[in-house]
Design a protein around this ligand. Sequence first.
Ligand SMILES: C[S@@+](CC[C@H](N)C(=O)[O-])C[C@H]1O[C@@H](n2cnc3c(N)ncnc32)[C@H](O)[C@@H]1O
Length: 275
Amino acid sequence: MNHKDTIYRSTLDGPSGKFQFDEKVAKVFDDMAVRSVPHYRYQQELVAKLACHFHQPGTAIVDLGCATGNTFMELLRFPMDDARFIGVDASQAMLDQAKAKCPKEVEFVNSGLEDVDIKDASVVIMLYTLQFLPFSSRTHILKKIYDSLPPKGCLILCEKLKPASSDMKSLFEKVYEGFKEGNDYSSLEIAQKKKALKDVLTPATMEENLNFLSKASFEDVEIFFKALHFCGFLAVKRPRNKRPRDDERKNRGKNGAGEGIRTLDFNLGKVALYH
Ligand SMILES: C[S@@+](CC[C@H](N)C(=O)[O-])C[C@H]1O[C@@H](n2cnc3c(N)ncnc32)[C@H](O)[C@@H]1O
């Protein structure tokens, strides 16, 4: 059972006061996610629809940083042909919650993303997890995912972004704090969690994220969700014989950002950029 998140109601504890995915967080994580991530449930729904579209029969759907298994619960609502579900997370406490919630067909692996071997997956999901890894290893992890995917397989990535300018950063943070206050977090709770997450969650800008994806060889990248600094990227591995078109080549950004971005066709109803 998930409890209300009151972790930061009183002053920070622990020697460093740094945020960790420990037992205390695991017990309240679902409540924390819904109250802290704009449109958390809607994002899960979009991710499940996209995963369903890209899943290739007989392959796995792997969720890296699966936390308490919410994405699997959403995925399992959709009919899928011969799918295996594998969740990976470094926190045993989070996996214990996931195991208690998900049906037995979902397999869980307790491992750091740095060490995990991804096999037989046509869809890899990584929601709000890359942001916890050092910048220096992000491209490496994304490249490992790219190399593991078959042609037309995809990575569905959600990240909290660092807005490119300090003015936008202040504005987005102010609006975001209003969102959290509206969800019954006090100013003290908001300030303490922000302090605890400092240097633990290190967001990259939109351009940096596109650059990580581009360096990892993903050529077809589309934004499928964005609200303030919360963003969903859909990155598809191209069929081997499909080279960039001339007009796509012209659109390449200076650092590789924006390379090969195009619109994908969905058969799943309208996918809104903003919700
Ligand atoms: C914000 S939560 C992910 C939320 C989840 N994907 C969802 O949509 O509900 C981040 C998760 O990543 C895990 N994590 C953080 N760093 C990790 C790493 N290096 N390797 C594996 N898991 C990691 C944490 O234990 C935590 O469960």
